[in-house]
Design a binder for this molecule. Structure first.
Ligand code: ADP
Ligand code: MG
Length: 258
């Protein structure tokens, strides 16, 4: 390598760093060598390098969105065994995974008993949304209510609400296990009302609609919440046995007898 080449390499790498193009910074020498070998012209070389940066940038952004969404576990649709849960409307799930409901600001309510795959499906849909460029935030309902009450006490409720309003999709998991306090129910309602026709919501619950008053307290609030949630809404039912239970039984049977 001549002196000038070394100098231009150093400068190019310095500039690429300044320009915040880390993949081009890391790959430029390799791609330059390969392009020379393949007799590519300058623009073809630049194109190859730009493409690497773009692909990497998209991957980094998707990673950031996945992290920011705070999913409780990594779950995908590939890992969901539809045969084990025949009650689940598979065509609907496959339609939802394409994400059109998000651009139409439609909601999804997943209803079913414990262990029937509600959180799994909600997470898989949320992860797919992240990968397609959407901003998602996952909450257990009790955790969301606690956070909202804390923010209110610390006078940061406005900031919290505007953060939530920036998301394309909010996942509210496990509505129904714990009744909310009056304040909690009102704060939760406020999130549902704000999201109405602006963001999509996925709510998972073990409670049929007629029992939602048990969580939200007042009939009036429950009616108003359901009215907004169900206006443009898909409903997915996961009836049937608990997958956890079946899985545990299978494992137990598989264990060799002592
Ligand atoms: P729920 O939220 O309805 O209580 P989960 O989604 O948490 O249930 O499911 C419990 C466990 O069983 C999770 O580990 C989930 O990945 C798994 N699971 C549930 N249903 C299925 C299924 N049909 N195929 C594969 N795994 C499943
Ligand atoms: Mg769950």
């Amino acid at each position: 390598m001549t002196k000038t080449e070394t100098k231009s390499t150093v400068l190019v790498k310095h500039h690429l760093k300044q320009l915040k193009l880390p993949t081009m910074h890391g790959e430029c020498e390799k791609v330059a060598a390969r392009s020379a070998q393949e007799n590519l012209d300058h623009l073809a070389f630049l194109l190859a390098l730009c493409e690497l940066e773009l692909v990497d940038r998209e991957r980094r952004a998707a990673d950031r969105r996945l992290k920011a969404a705070r999913f409780p576990a990594h779950k995908t649709l590939d890992e969901f065994d539809f045969a084990a849960q025949p009650s689940v409307n598979k065509p609907l799930v496959l339609e939802l995974i394409n994400g059109e409901y998000l651009s139409k600001r439609e909601n999804l309510i997943v209803v079913g008993a414990s262990g029937t795959g509600k959180t799994h499906l909600a997470t898989a849909l949320g992860m797919a949304a992240c990968l397609s460029g959407k901003k998602v935030r996952f909450f257990r309902v009790t955790e969301l209510i606690t956070t909202l009450i804390e923010s209110r006490d610390e006078k940061s409720l406005l900031r919290m609400r505007s953060q939530l309003a920036k998301q394309d999709l909010l996942i509210l998991d496990e509505l129904g296990y714990v009744p909310a306090s009056k304040v909690g129910a009102e704060l939760l309602f406020d999130i549902i009302a704000t999201a109405y026709e602006r963001q999509s919501l996925i709510v998972t619950t073990n409670l049929p609609f007629e029992n939602w008053t048990e969580v939200l307290g007042s009939e009036r609030l429950t009616g108003a919440a359901l009215d907004r949630l169900t206006h443009r809404c898909h409903i997915l039912e996961t009836t049937g046995e608990s997958y956890r239970l079946k899985d545990a039984q299978k494992r137990r049977r598989r264990k060799p007898q002592e």
